[in-house]
Design a protein around this ligand. Structure first.
Ligand SMILES: *Cc1c(COP(=O)(O)O)cnc(C)c1O
Length: 380
């Protein structure tokens, strides 16, 4: 059997007709950038995320960049975030000449350890970016309180978390700005790059609309220097079709995740395998189902590969150890939880179309893994 980490083909087959009709509609209109499809998507996403505004843009990376531009983040400023994320989170900060200030993660959820954030605040801190990693919200209440007390805006990197909630509040609706990605492999993925920003703040929304079109609210009149980061009609048309299935898909992901955790805990493995911790006060949409195999990660992944099971590490190199950030002066050992997560975790196939037979095969494949005797001493 072959079980890929993700099977976009299976999803496409289920929506082919309506997707091709939507694409044809755009082709017939010959309107390709910021038109009716984008307006409809912005309206639907705002409603879905329970925010007043949603502003389409070219990618999740640009959404982060635009959010920080709208907050006037510049050289000399500091922005606090997690080192255990996709590169774009740190890059958006650095791209504006500001300094990413990293804070370690909670090893149970892999999200920012909010108890460590207060100590990282200085007089130069201008924003805090929690990342809702793998589709589970960071613990927002203490962060929102802290931000309010210290006058520091919160930007939610919700790229992996559309539809996730924290105490019934949707990802992207709690901070000043939410940033989403429609990269094809995300839970709501387009047919190429795309992104969207959410906010309840009228002034920020207007500024974001201006910044994504070269800083001008009127053609050829530029109040400031922005960037070109617009959302395509083709992307929006595809996303409008998919959005109506998103909740069903997220429920199926959560169902698959619960079944993995049950099967793996029943399996009585003779090596440690830690399944995801799901916070009781929120909805985890399982962008990834990530397990932890202390001492055995790489050998277990190799074993699964020989059995035809796709796996991947998200993310093998924490941001503070990226070469391009070496001038920040961080070193190995600075964020031990992020570093051990990078060493010990990997994702299993967990997408809505995964069949029960495929899932049982993945679990059987894990059960058949024989750890090397010396592997336990590696963790000491
Ligand atoms: C995917 C992702 C991004 C970037 O989104 P793109 O659309 O690929 O630019 C940013 N942050 C996180 C956490 C992501 O997973």
């Amino acid at each position: 059997m072959n079980v890929p980490l993700l099977d976009l083909q299976a999803q496409y087959v289920s929506l082919r007709d309506s997707m091709l009709q939507a694409i044809e509609r755009v082709m017939e209109s010959q309107r390709f950038v910021l038109g009716d499809e984008v307006r409809e998507l912005e309206k639907s996403v705002a409603q879905y995320c329970q925010t007043k505004h949603a502003i389409g843009c070219a990618s999740g990376s640009d959404a982060l960049l635009l959010a920080l531009m709208a907050l006037d983040i510049k050289q000399g400023d500091e922005v606090i975030t997690t080192p255990f994320s996709f590169f774009a989170t740190g890059a958006a900060i650095a791209r504006l000449g500001a300094r990413p200030v990293f804070v370690d993660i909670d090893p149970a959820t892999y999200n920012l350890d909010v108890s460590l954030v207060a100590d990282a605040i200085t007089s130069r801190t201008r924003a805090i970016i929690p990342v809702h990693i793998y589709g589970q919200c960071a613990q927002m209440d203490p962060l929102l309180d802290l931000g309010k007390r210290r006058g520091i805006p919160i930007v939610e990197d919700s790229a992996q978390a559309i539809g996730a909630t924290d105490n019934e509040r949707p990802a992207g609706s709690m901070g000043l700005v939410g940033c989403f990605s429609f990269y094809p492999t995300k839970n709501l993925g387009g047919a190429g790059d795309g992104g969207i920003l959410t906010t309840n703040d009228d002034a920020i929304a207007e500024r974001l609309r201006r910044l994504r079109t070269h800083g001008g609210s009127d053609e050829y009149q530029h109040e400031e220097v922005g960037i070109n980061s617009r959302l395509d009609e083709l992307q929006a048309a595809v996303l409008n079709v998919k959005l109506s299935s998103l909740d069903k898909w997220s429920d199926e992901r959560a169902h698959i995740a619960a079944r993995y955790s049950q099967l793996l805990s029943d399996a009585d493995l003779d090596f440690p395998l830690i399944t995801p911790h799901v916070r009781p006060d929120g909805r985890h949409i399982f962008h990834q189902y990530v397990v932890r195999a202390p001492g055995n990660r790489d050998a277990l992944m190799d074993h699964l590969k020989t059995r035809g099971v796709g796996t991947k590490v998200y993310y093998p190199v924490p941001l503070h150890l990226q070469k391009c950030f070496s001038s920040l002066g961080y070193k190995e050992g600075d964020f031990p939880e992020s570093e051990s997560a990078a060493r010990e975790t990997f994702a299993l196939p967990a997408y809505p179309e995964l069949t029960e037979a495929q899932q049982l095969y993945v679990v059987e494949s894990i059960k058949s893994f024989q750890p090397l005797v010396h592997s336990f001493s590696e963790t000491a």
